[in-house]
Design a protein around this ligand. Structure first.
Ligand SMILES: [Zn+2]
Length: 282
């Protein structure tokens, strides 16, 4: 980590160099125009939330794209630089408490395609009449949304998203503070309570994230008992693990139902052309 930090710091000084050499070379010359998609580290079929944020924007030149990517790599150093340069920061930090939350790893596996198909027909039994189209669509969705791993095809590649975890913690201390003594896996409940409780009780909490939220985080923000202000959503679904505190079973069941309904809508779009075709020839 120390070596990575050093290299990033050096890269940061190049990218933010006042002379603007890197920016000029990338945006005002054609030096990266020949770069191909296969060379780019950001693949368009990626299911990773972080990488998807660095897809090329519509109309963005390759030079600007590469510059944006480099700036994202060194963004943490830019943030530290701004904070350390600020004269008013020591005054501002006097009453600010900073906490770092570390969450456990997500479960290692997810449902298999067979299990998803069985559950789908159980929830939407009338879809059995288009069984083959449904199975094909589910398989296509499954392969599209998951990175390939021949050694362990059911491996879960997601995690608990940071904003979801914060919402869970705030909701836990806002709604279930009477049970705060119960063991829910928080390593130091007193310190956590000391930091989170005042924010939770202050009302609508603002969760600042540098990018738009995924579909599930946005849904959670609208469906938990507490009120949150989030940066909005790009509406994309990514592998997502629910926070292990502050989300009741009934909320999780509701989310599960919503996700199955979303899948149903996708499958229905695949089935409809076949159904329309059948009625046309009958
Ligand atoms: Zn998310």
């Amino acid at each position: 980590m120390e070596t990575l930090n050093t290299w990033c710091r050096m890269l940061y000084y190049f990218v933010s160099w006042e002379a603007g050499i890197v920016s000029e070379l990338l945006t005002k010359t054609n030096m990266v125009d020949g770069i191909t998609d296969t060379f780019m580290p950001m693949r368009t079929d990626s299911v990773d939330d972080e990488l998807a944020a660095h897809q090329p924007c519509l109309g963005e030149s390759k030079g600007k794209y590469v510059l944006r990517y480099l700036r994202a790599v060194v963004a943490w150093h830019a943030a530290i630089h701004v904070l350390c340069r600020s004269k008013s920061l020591p005054e501002l930090l006097k009453n600010i408490e900073i906490g770092l939350v570390e969450v456990p790893r997500s479960p290692p596996s997810v449902l298999t395609l067979g299990e998803i198909s069985a559950e789908f027909f159980m929830r939407f039994p009338h879809m059995v009449r288009d069984r083959q189209v449904v199975l094909k669509t589910l398989e296509r969705c499954y392969l599209h949304k998951r990175p390939h791993s021949d050694s362990n095809p059911n491996m879960f590649f997601g995690c608990i998203h940071a904003e979801a975890m914060l919402m869970g913690l705030l909701n836990y201390h806002n709604r279930y503070s009477a049970h705060a003594g119960q063991d829910v896996g928080i390593q130091d409940p007193q310190i956590m309570q000391h930091i989170v409780q005042p924010v939770a009780e202050a009302g609508e909490a603002v969760i600042a994230v540098s990018k738009m939220c995924c579909w599930c985080c946005d849904w959670l923000g609208k469906n938990l008992e507490s009120q949150f202000t989030l940066p909005g959503t790009h509406g994309v679904m990514y592998p997502w693990d629910p926070p292990n505190v502050g989300v009741s079973e009934s909320v999780l069941k509701k989310l599960e139902g919503e996700l199955w309904d979303q899948l149903y809508e996708v499958v229905l779009k695949s089935v409809e052309p076949f159904t329309a075709g059948t009625s046309l020839f009958l």
